[in-house]
Design a protein around this ligand. Structure first.
Ligand code: SF4
Length: 160
């Protein structure tokens, strides 16, 4: 166990993303609107010890009332459109929406069109887009760090 911890410490120092000089925090509320779980798998990797996003103040919260970012994976099914809008409505301002993966971006990897409400962009204002099927953990980590910068940006009126 000790050797494993030392190895993880080494990886974090030599390979992982450099620590930015940006204070603050970012609370994520993740909603799976109809994914194959591939995006969740990579999201879990991005949150793991290699990238260690918690050191940047990025964490996942259980309630949209405590969230800065609504992080959406999967194609939005007709059944999930209502709960997705409700989660967004419950979030305090300022709030961001992140569409993670090609399905959320409406590229149409998964799903029967009759059962889909459309891409996230048709339902909510999307601020952060992470393409890929699934996106790599590095791409997810970079996008979340960009979202951390966006949360601190005062010009919120540019967003829909
Ligand atoms: S983008 Fe790919 S990995 Fe992500 S939910 Fe869709 S099919 Fe699965």
């Amino acid at each position: 166990m000790f050797v494993l911890l030392k190895r993880l410490q080494h990886l974090r120092r030599t390979v992982a993303l450099p620590a930015p000089a940006r204070p603050g925090s970012l609370a994520l509320r993740h909603v799976d609107c109809g994914s194959c779980n591939g995006c969740e798998h990579e999201l879990t990797n991005a949150a793991g010890p290699h990238y260690d996003l918690e050191r940047f103040g990025i964490s996942v919260v259980a309630s949209p009332r405590h969230a800065d970012v609504l992080l959406i994976t999967g194609t939005v099914t007709t059944r999930m459109a209502g709960p997705l809008r409700a989660a967004y409505a419950a979030m305090p301002e300022p709030r961001l929406v992140a569409a993670l993966g090609d399905c959320a971006l409406g590229i149409g990897v998964l799903g029967d069109p009759d059962q889909l409400a459309g891409p996230v962009e048709d339902l909510l204002p999307v601020d952060v887009r992470v393409a890929g099927c699934p996106p790599t953990p590095a791409a997810i980590a970079e996008a979340l760090l960009d979202a951390l910068d966006l949360v601190r940006t005062p010009r919120r009126e540019d967003r829909r």
